[in-house]
Ligand binder design. Structure first.
Ligand code: SAM
Length: 382
């Protein structure tokens, strides 16, 4: 395999050159590198920088004390970028020997020997052996087999990528139930369903270790879900966190949706609007999936770091910031198709909902989706 040098942010990294063969996915290379994840890594730099600023300004830790782990590192790019562009210590771990050698080479290329460490372990072993302030897990597919160890290790921030969107979103129902012990529904808001299933699984794994969580930023982009969770130690925070868990109700006949908060609940199966049988998804995270003030801090970091995907990242985080905190978005095209009318521009619809006295916003999930507190009957009239 040939190698080439690529640059993301201000970090140079040796990565394998994949064969010019469309059937050869990045996961088939001896050392994984996916250029499509640059947006994910750029946002990671900005989020981690904003989070570190908070830790420092609140005098929770000194910069030199902070330990970040990139537990599934491949070429080392994620951890190297944190060490070089955020300026904190990073451990880069991968159990694959080619990856381990590449990480060591990439540390040298960037002159980051003093602020980094390369390890070659099963991520679960490393995370059960050591505590880190910031734990980043970016495995192939599902993070589910690693959430327990990550929850045991993490002290301040847990960053998780999941690329198994089909199980998370309900397209592969049984796989979703197996991995996340939750029932997803494959509806028009399946992308949000996937995010809330993942957040719910993280909340339950952290709870086993008596840690609560507060999602700082989460986004669903193309084929993956990414979330950044502030960790809140102690039983009080844990119990409070679990209050944001619950179940989502969906009526396949009229489009009604509702939320039932709590894990020990009784859910009625008939739709309050049309009386049809409803579908239930859960347990899920029903709380906010981002903190507005933190989104602003991340947007400021995106401004100051040299990033190739800066504009795209700013747009995405701005959309996340401005979404209403009402679970499960609507899709304008689905409703218009059912009504046999043509869709207007999404902004026009949102203005019309507001003009009728309802709250309404766009979402980062898709260009045709919106959130509102208007009941489905009113949405259809408007
Ligand atoms: N974080 C990388 C990036 O941003 O480019 C990509 C990581 S890639 C998706 C997953 C990596 O995890 C692979 O290099 C694989 O060798 C490694 N891996 C898979 N299972 C592992 C395990 N249980 N322990 C340690 N490494 C593992």
């Amino acid at each position: 395999m040939m190698y080439k040098t690529i640059v993301e942010g201000t970090t140079k990294v040796l990565v394998p050159v994949p064969p010019q063969d469309a059937a050869f996915p990045p996961s088939a290379a001896p050392v994984f590198y996916n250029p499509e994840m640059e947006l994910n890594r750029d946002i990671n730099v900005a989020v981690t920088a904003a989070f570190v600023k908070r830790l420092l300004s609140r005098k929770e830790l000194l910069r030199e004390e902070i330990r970040y782990v990139d537990a599934f590192s491949a070429s080392g790019i994620r951890g190297l970028r944190i060490a070089g562009e955020v300026g904190i210590h990073a451990t880069m771990n991968d159990w694959n020997s080619d990856a381990f050698e590449t990480i060591k080479e990439n540390i040298k290329i960037n002159g980051l020997e003093e602020r980094t460490l390369a390890t070659r372990k099963n991520a679960n072993v490393l995370l059960h052996e050591q505590k880190f302030h910031i734990v980043d897990i970016d495995p192939f597919g599902t993070p589910s087999p690693f959430l327990d160890a990550a929850s045991a290790s993490v002290k301040n921030l847990l960053s998780v990528t999941a690329t198994d969107t089909a199980p998370l979103c309900g397209a592969h129902l049984r796989a979703g139930i197996r991995k996340y012990a939750a029932v997803p529904l494959n509806t028009e808001y399946h992308s949000e369903m996937g995010l809330r299933v993942l957040l719910g699984a993280c909340a339950r794994e952290l709870a086993k270790h008596e840690k609560g969580m507060l999602p700082l930023i989460s986004h669903v982009t193309r084929h993956y879900v990414r979330t950044y969770l502030k960790v809140l130690p102690g039983t009080k925070h844990t119990d409070k966190t679990l209050e944001s868990m619950g179940f989502s109700i969906h009526c396949p006949t009229c489009g009604f949706r509702g939320s039932v908060y709590g894990l020990a609940v009784h859910i009625k199966n008939d739709c309050p609007v049309c009386g049809s049988f409803t579908q239930i998804a859960g347990p899920l995270w029903l709380g906010p999936f981002r903190e507005r003030a933190f989104c602003d801090e991340v947007i400021s970091e995106l401004e100051v770091h040299p990033l190739n995907t800066k504009d795209k990242a700013k747009k995405l985080i701005t959309f996340c910031r401005d979404e209403l905190d009402i679970p499960m978005f609507y899709d304008q095209h689905v409703i218009c198709k059912e009504l046999g009318v043509s869709a207007t521009g999404i902004e026009t619809l949102i203005e019309a909902l507001k003009a009728h006295g309802f709250e309404a916003s766009r979402t980062h999930f898709s260009g045709t989706s919106f959130r509102t507190n208007a009941p489905i009957t009113e949405i259809k009239k408007i």
